[in-house]
Ligand binder design. Structure first.
Ligand code: PMV
Length: 360
């Protein structure tokens, strides 16, 4: 598909006002997206687990108004007006205006809340932007003269979410989503996320993700700055190639249920993401001492017990601890006994793989 196919034909504009409500989850990448071209086109393909419990719930209310040449909206987080969210949403609206020509014909009220604490260091951009994109698609669905199939609805919502925050395009469905054109997944696209099309081994069903909150502060490096560090990065081209290779390896691993290879690939991807940041100019260390303590503990535990528990990281200090469902009791005990001490205020969040967004 091309961008052109997401530009709608005429609307009838019969909708005076109304509201739509969606919940959309966060996701955790196994092969990481790091580096982008213009218009939020990824430099390399990525694949993620959709989460189940870390979600944003957004209500979008709208009232028709005189069309003007600016956008009109208010944003609330947990009931509090959030004017500092406005610039990001304004940029999002500008980017998607071509694809949703009704945006200037309404005043919007965006009311949003997260199931995870706002200051947890968990990025809410993936869940937030995907929830908003879905609400906007619900409006288009009513305004449009054309029949919008469920498949197109999700594809376009993912396409729009991508323009809000790249990784948001992987949050709409579950359980595994691929984004970025590659040879391994025929349907893959740079424009939107698609479901992993192969049967996944039962060991990967209901996979668990316990998120250890090592540093709950604001991100030290925004992802916009982070992605831009891949321009002129001395190792960028090799990294982009490696992501293709890793996606193709992981595609086999997920079908065969090879947990040892899964652990090695996922941890290597996480450390590579951080290595890219350490070797860029300017350079950053986004792990904290406790991140490294946790990683070492996980390695010892695995060696001592034969467990298949592993870690992955986002562009920050928090650690996602991934493990098969059948190891839940054992790993949770390990986390409580040995890892919680490294979490800020002892905080962690138990999550698992989920099935994506829902209209409420
Ligand atoms: O969606 P962004 O622009 O916030 O980028 C997210 C990048 C990582 O979380 C570090 C990796 C990924 O693939 O989600």
């Amino acid at each position: 598909m091309t961008e052109q196919e997401f530009i709608p034909n005429t609307y009838t504009y019969t909708l005076e006002n109304g509201s739509f409500k969606w919940s959309s989850p966060s996701n955790i990448a196994l092969v990481k997206y790091w580096g982008k071209k213009e218009d939020q086109i990824p430099e390399n393909p990525s694949i993620s687990f959709t989460l189940n419990d870390c979600k944003t719930i957004t209500t979008l209310s709208f009232v028709k108004r005189e069309v003007s040449d600016s956008f009109s909206f208010d944003v609330f987080l947990e009931g509090q007006r959030k004017d500092d969210f406005k610039p990001k949403i304004e940029t999002f609206f500008k980017r998607i205006e071509n694809y949703l020509p009704f945006l200037k014909a309404y005043h919007f009220t965006i009311e949003t809340s997260n199931t995870f604490p706002h200051s947890s260091g968990i990025a809410s951009s993936a869940s937030g932007m995907s929830a908003l994109a879905l609400c906007l698609m619900s409006i288009e669905n009513v305004l449009s003269d054309e029949i919008i199939t469920d498949g197109f609805f999700i594809k376009k919502a993912s396409f729009l979410a991508r323009l809000g925050s790249g990784s948001a395009c992987r949050s709409l469905e579950g359980a595994l989503i691929v984004w970025g054109e590659n040879k391994t997944i025929e349907e893959s696209s740079d424009l939107f996320g698609v479901k992993f099309p192969f049967q996944v081994h039962p060991d990967f069903r209901n996979y668990q993700d316990t998120i250890l909150l090592v540093d709950k502060g604001e991100k030290q490096v925004s992802s916009t700055v982070g992605h831009s560090l891949m321009h002129n990065h001395p190792f960028a081209q090799e990294r982009f190639k490696q992501a293709h290779t890793n996606l193709s390896k992981l595609t086999e691993i997920l079908q065969e249920g090879n947990l040892d290879e899964f652990v090695a690939l996922v941890e290597s991807e996480a450390l590579t993401l951080h290595a890219m940041m350490m070797t860029s100019m300017p350079y950053f260390i986004l792990m904290k001492p406790n991140t490294v303590e946790i990683i070492n503990k996980i390695w010892s535990f695995r060696q001592e017990t034969g467990s298949k528990v592993c870690f992955t990281l986002d562009a920050g200090a928090n650690v996602h601890v991934l493990y098969p469902e059948k190891e839940t009791d054992k790993v949770l005990k390990f986390i409580k006994n040995e890892l919680v001490a490294y979490c800020q205020n002892g905080h962690y969040i138990c999550d698992k793989i989920g099935n994506g967004a829902k209209q409420l």
